[in-house]
Design a protein around this ligand. Structure first.
Ligand SMILES: NC(=O)c1ccc[n+]([C@@H]2O[C@H](COP(=O)([O-])OP(=O)(O)OC[C@H]3O[C@@H](n4cnc5c(N)ncnc54)[C@H](OP(=O)(O)O)[C@@H]3O)[C@@H](O)[C@H]2O)c1
Length: 232
């Protein structure tokens, strides 16, 4: 990435995911990137979105590799505990809604809490969270997928609020909610023909290029992998 300092350092959380691992692969080909740290549920210091202590310990475990100029949280889930997204109001279940909020909004907010302090405060630095277009209230024309949509909308608000607070101290920081496209992945396999999806590396390359040209802003920005703005 050309907009970050020479030899910038990156960290990918959710590095075992289809999109997270693609981000790691693509970043490793960037000669300007001096190191990519990876965290996931399976790393030596695991990040478990349901457990704040694990998130805090994982942040501590990579502190010495920072500060980071690029931090990507690529975690998230659509099918949870074997249950896919709800198609109708009659399918709503309190426990399943809470699980989606836990994994797609609350866990990632706790990741923000413990990892935003590792973001470089002296140079341009980007905090990117994989969100989803379906989390856009303005864009919701089809309905369905109540829990996932609502959790992503809540996530977007968490990111916007964290951006406003952090920008007071780190004015060169960029906060971005990302729609990766419809990407071949574990998450999409039950719902979309994988041959019709974007390859994860194509999505990752697009998102990194789009982030490279994002201007500094007074708050978070919501864009897709082609750099197009999405209405909140
Ligand atoms: N694929 C798409 O078309 C698409 C479209 C819109 C938005 N997105 C978003 O993009 C992100 C990545 O999706 P993906 O397609 O790459 O899915 P994926 O292959 O299923 O990867 C999901 C990642 O999240 C991690 N994760 C899930 N639950 C977790 C938990 N409880 N604690 C810690 N980590 C957990 C997974 O860890 P494990 O490897 O341990 O399971 C994995 O690293 C998600 O936020 C998704 O909502 C994807």
């Amino acid at each position: 990435m050309q907009s970050l300092i020479s030899g910038y350092r990156a960290l990918v959380i959710g590095a075992t995911g289809s999109i997270g691992s693609a981000c790691v692969r693509v970043l490793r080909t960037d000669p300007n990137c001096s190191g990519v740290s990876e965290l996931s549920r399976h790393s030596d210091s695991p990040v478990l979105l349901e457990n704040e202590a694990s998130i805090a310990e994982a942040a501590e475990s990579v502190r010495a590799s920072g500060p980071f100029q690029l931090l990507i949280d690529a975690t998230g889930a659509l099918t949870i505990d074997g249950h896919g997204p709800e198609k109708s109001l009659s399918a709503l279940d309190a426990e399943r809604l809470m699980r989606s909020f836990q994994i797609n909004a609350i866990g990632p907010a706790l990741v923000m809490k413990h990892f935003i302090p590792l973001l470089d405060g002296k140079h341009r630095a980007i905090y990117a969270k994989l969100s989803a277009r379906v989390g856009s209230i303005a864009d919701n024309k089809k309905g369905g997928w109540y829990g996932y949509r609502s959790a992503k909308a809540a996530l977007n608000m968490m990111l916007q609020t964290a951006a406003i607070e952090t920008l007071r101290k780190k004015p060169e920081a960029i906060f971005v909610a990302l729609q990766p496209g419809t990407v071949a992945s574990r998450l999409t396999t039950p719902f979309v023909r994988q041959a019709e999806c974007l390859a994860p590396d194509t999505s990752a390359t697009g998102m990194l290029n789009a982030m490279d040209v994002l201007p500094v802003s007074a708050g978070a920005q919501f864009i897709d992998y082609a750099g197009n703005k999405i209405a909140w």
